[in-house]
Design a protein around this ligand. Structure first.
Ligand SMILES: [Zn+2]
Length: 379
């Protein structure tokens, strides 16, 4: 007896599949598996609704007690069809216990990239005092929260590091040697200069806000990749979108993709203010911007499922395959004129958009997305 069977879901390649779920895990996926089976609950998608592995937002902010970048995990996550949120450095070692406790009440899976500053983002300048980088506290937090802390975060821009320049990143790379967690580095206004940052990064490290439009960007004035970025990408450094309120430019993204530089991960940098007032609104909306720029729906979905799970080493996430967690997103690709604005105020008009319909988390929790779909699915 299965706990849940999803019948006739449409994969993005058009194939119709049934998904059999038991004990929170996907047991089987394939065409016409549902007949003669028994389940406590059925969802019949009638071949009309798209189904994918649960969407993962790899750069979000969902510590409700954060004074600046707060949000409710279920509003930033499940309500937008997102089954897992990775909080990118809202908290450091000082608040990680409280953050962990709070997230246990939410439906959405939450993971943390621990800020290398023990105080986290309680102000904008968490790395302006090197004493905030306490290696012992950091190490102990990681040991206490194995599985919850999946990486580390260092925000390397002028407003954050003050007069410390590149020093916090040098320290972060030293700390990383002990536990080998992925390191996400935010780029923004300089100093430190993007070349100094890129040259320190190694395989698997993640540059977030990769297509920001600030002067300290990945492209030079001729629209080519800065040599330091080209070298970093050749070493296996990862590019993450991290749209946010100030960190995504259509012009930069279009030019980067024109010269063959694509994002590895598409994430929102969502928090209450940019979710409600824009320009982020939701991960689906950020995904729609890539659709508008001609990135295929298949590739976009891979950036928020398989690649996000692999690059952040989230175990049992990111794939619609037997043995993986039953985290599933139901969605629509709606043909509709959609006005899209980046963080620079530039506009584009899309013809299709991703519309989340529901997030299914651990095969049990089924959360209707806040949005309108033409498909009346009985959940
Ligand atoms: Zn952020």
């Amino acid at each position: 007896m299965y706990s849940l069977i999803i019948k006739q879901g449409k994969r993005i390649d058009g194939a119709l599949i049934d998904i059999l779920i038991k004990d929170g895990k996907i047991e089987a996926v394939g065409p016409e598996l549902a007949c003669n089976q028994q389940a406590e609950k059925w969802i019949d998608l009638k071949g009309e609704v798209y189904v994918s592995a649960g969407w993962i937002d790899s750069h979000a902010h969902c510590f409700v007690e954060s004074p600046i970048y707060f949000d409710d995990p279920d509003l930033a996550g499940a309500a937008g069809g997102v089954t897992s949120l990775v909080d990118a450095g809202s908290v450091g070692a000082d608040d990680i216990d409280k953050f962990y406790q709070l997230t246990q009440k939410s439906q959405t899976n939450v993971f943390s990239l621990l800020n290398i500053s023990r105080i986290g983002i309680i102000a904008q300048n968490e790395l302006s005092d090197m004493n905030n980088i306490d290696e012992t506290c950091f190490q102990q937090a990681i040991e206490r929260h194995e599985g919850f802390i999946v990486g580390m975060k260092a925000r390397m821009s002028k407003s954050v590091v003050g007069d410390n320049g590149i020093a916090p990143l040098i320290k972060a790379k030293q700390m990383q040697k002990k536990h080998r967690l992925p390191l996400m580095v935010h780029i923004g206004n300089n100093p430190p200069n993007i070349d100094e940052i890129a040259d320190l990064l190694t395989r698997g490290d993640i540059i977030t806000h990769c297509f920001n439009g600030k002067p300290n960007r990945i492209l030079d004035n001729d629209g080519n990749l800065k040599p330091s970025i080209a070298r970093a990408l050749a070493r296996g450094v990862i590019l993450d979108i991290g749209h946010g309120g100030e960190s995504f430019s259509f012009n930069v993204a279009e030019q980067a993709m024109r010269i063959g530089t694509y994002p590895d991960i598409i994430s929102s940098d969502i928090y209450h203010r940019n979710r409600v007032n824009g320009p982020v609104y939701s991960l689906a909306f950020v995904m729609t911007k890539f659709l508008c720029m001609g990135f295929s729906a298949e590739k976009i979905l891979r950036c928020v499922t398989e690649k996000a799970a692999d690059l952040l080493a989230l175990p049992a996430k990111g794939y619609l395959k037997p043995g993986f967690d039953a985290d599933i997103t139901l969605f629509d690709l709606k043909e509709e004129r959609t006005e899209l604005t980046d963080a620079e105020g530039e506009q584009r008009v899309g013809t299709h958009r991703f519309v989340p319909i529901a997030a299914i988390i651990g095969g049990k929790k089924i959360i209707h997305a806040e949005g309108e779909s033409e498909h009346a699915i009985d959940l």
